[in-house]
Design a protein around this ligand. Structure first.
Ligand SMILES: Cc1cc2nc3c(=O)[nH]c(=O)nc-3n(C[C@H](O)[C@H](O)[C@H](O)COP(=O)(O)OP(=O)(O)OC[C@H]3O[C@@H](n4cnc5c(N)ncnc54)[C@H](O)[C@@H]3O)c2cc1C
Length: 283
């Protein structure tokens, strides 16, 4: 099997243009645990881990850029992420266990496009932009237009995920992340929820809610969002938010959970997050 480890993004693009069948590789935590036929049948791999452009966390203008190959341990420990995007730092700390976090990358989580990817609802509420690098240059797509279906993305031929841009969130907005799994670590989510919300003058002024493992793709629950914005920030709205969230999704039964439990867990998590919001208690 051919294996290439380019040292620059330009070199990676040349390789990929010459050999479009090369499979991109980052932490390998999805790629190497897939079906043996898939792994053994790979025509060749392009290892992205040596590309410094894709392994960084830095501010550019008013957005924090995180390279696609950046492992979750670096995201989890980054002071910039912890300060401005605590929901992402929290999600990074809940992916697999420490061994997985040391290898698994944000770009790999996005490209794998599982409905249960833990970083994905967070990217939705942070309104992340995805920068794709291809033979013709770069293009930027909102993350909500990137994940198109079950394990389907907007990546075109010869394109790689370069980095994500996270716009600075509203000044006083609170962020929440909660993963419900069978264990504290090394568990794929039964339900995963992210919320970015704010209260001003006693009313909910911002409410961005997303959930994973409840549909083919992670979803922004826009009906709940519309119903919450403008409401008086009182404890009663928490029940309503949870109820509406549970009504808004059509989860399935599978090996990890039942649809009924997923709906129940989502209701409880959204209810609790909304209570914390109105009481301004951080997660
Ligand atoms: C024990 C275990 C526990 C896990 N627990 C969790 C968990 O709790 N939560 C969770 O969300 N996931 C979990 N995972 C899944 C996995 O760790 C994540 O999806 C991880 O983010 C994948 O990243 P990676 O760098 O390892 O990707 P890889 O395996 O290297 O690649 C995955 C896919 O993405 C493509 N790809 C990689 N980088 C790019 C790029 N820059 N541009 C375009 N395509 C790219 C590859 O070609 C491949 O198709 C777990 C996996 C294991 C083995």
């Amino acid at each position: 099997m051919k294996a290439f480890a380019p040292r620059s993004l330009d070199e990676a693009m040349v390789r990929l243009t010459e050999d479009p069948d090369l499979r991109l590789l980052a932490g390998c935590t999805d790629l190497m645990v897939g079906e043996p036929e898939d792994r053994l049948g790979l025509p060749g791999v392009l290892d992205l881990r040596g590309l410094s452009e894709l392994r960084r966390i830095e501010w550019h203008d008013d957005a924090l850029e995180i390279g696609a190959v950046t492992p979750f341990s670096q995201i989890r420990d980054s002071p910039e992420v912890q300060k401005s995007f605590p929901a992402l730092a929290e999600a990074a700390s809940k992916i697999g266990g420490w061994q997985i976090q040391n290898r698994a990358s944000l770009g790999g989580n996005m490209a794998n496009a599982s409905p249960a990817g833990d970083s994905l609802p967070v990217l939705l509420v942070l309104e992340a932009q995805v920068v794709l690098v291809g033979p013709e240059g770069t293009r930027t797509v909102p993350y909500r237009e990137f994940h198109l279906g079950y394990r389907q993305t907007a990546l075109g031929p010869g394109e790689i995920i370069g980095w994500v841009r996270l716009p600075k969130p509203p000044e006083n907005a609170m962020q929440f992340f909660r993963k419900v799994g069978a264990r504290e670590a090394q568990a794929i989510s039964k339900v995963v929820v992210a919320l970015l919300a704010d209260v001003s003058d006693g009313r909910v002024s911002e409410y961005r809610l997303a959930a994973g493992s409840v549909a083919e793709v992670p979803l922004r629950l826009t009906e709940v969002e519309k119903a919450m914005v403008g409401r008086a920030a009182k404890a009663e709205i928490a029940n309503l938010a949870g109820h509406l969230a549970a009504q808004a999704v059509r989860p399935i039964d599978d090996v990890r959970s039942t649809a009924e439990y997923r709906r129940f867990a989502l209701e409880q998590v959204v209810r609790r997050m909304t209570l914390q919001l109105v009481r301004r208690v951080p997660e």
